[in-house]
Design a protein around this ligand. Structure first.
Ligand SMILES: [Zn+2]
Length: 242
């Protein structure tokens, strides 16, 4: 049974009711979820599953399910091994799922900022990491990047309050438009009928399944903390919140 990934339609959902559909060695799958499973460089969500008895069971991470026949939306909620989850969660158990919102919101703000960075630098991405503390993008390029120019470009796009929206295209449309893939390290999931795109106004359009804010102004103040030569062919840009 495929998990209904509610966060792909509405990244602002902080909680939902769900039912356990599978119990694995280290966690559970749910029929629907607001937990983003680690992917595309973005860290997985943490949070709590609460039983109808009011027992709060800690989720320490969310990962894509690796079993056969799964879709990109199937996620394992990794449970705190020291908790009582094994005796509480069985197939069919109803739970209230809640994510650690402050942490996720930082992921959303950083993730949207990385799309703006793609619009400023305009090179292919060869590595990405989005956490609550920092975001980094590795660009496949040999030219030097000017830190102040990147900062100014980013500041202007954040301040311009551009709308951020997702849209869906078919697998065929995806394959006919390879320029929509801006990452060399992460491929969009084709073979499931449709692929999600993330559009930042007329600034950036690319395949992405992550969680983002609705408007670039929501990102707030971000500073280019570091630009470094990661390898002969890669330049790394690290962003932090001010
Ligand atoms: Zn994205």
């Amino acid at each position: 049974m495929t998990t209904h990934a509610l966060f792909r339609e509405d990244a602002y959902l902080r909680e939902c009711d769900a039912v356990v559909t599978r119990v694995d060695d280290d966690g559970v799958e749910l029929d629907r979820t607001i937990f983003y499973p680690q992917g595309g460089g973005q860290a997985g969500d943490t949070g709590v599953l609460t039983t109808t008895d009011g027992l709060r069971l800690r989720v320490i991470d969310a990962r894509k399910s690796k079993r056969d026949g799964t879709t990109p939306d199937d996620a394992v909620h990794l449970m705190d091994p020291s908790g009582q989850w094994r005796s509480q969660l069985m197939v069919g158990t109803p739970v209230r799922a809640q994510i650690d919102w402050d942490r996720r919101y930082r992921h959303m703000r950083f993730h949207t900022a990385t799309h703006l960075l793609c619009a400023v630098v305009k090179e292919l991405v060869d590595g990405c990491s989005i956490t609550a503390e920092y975001a980094r993008l590795d660009f496949a390029m040999t030219d030097l990047l000017d830190k102040q120019q990147v900062q100014d470009g980013l500041d202007a796009l954040i301040a311009a309050s551009h709308r951020v929206e997702s849209e869906w295209i078919s697998d065929d449309e995806m394959q006919a438009n390879p320029q929509l893939v801006k990452s060399m390290s992460v491929s969009p999931p084709v073979g499931f009928g449709r692929v999600r795109l993330l559009r930042v106004s007329d600034i950036d359009l690319q395949a992405c399944g992550g969680t983002h804010v609705r408007n670039t102004a929501e990102i707030g103040a971000v500073r280019v903390a570091k630009i470094e030569k990661k390898s002969a062919r890669t330049r790394r840009v690290v962003l932090e919140f001010v």
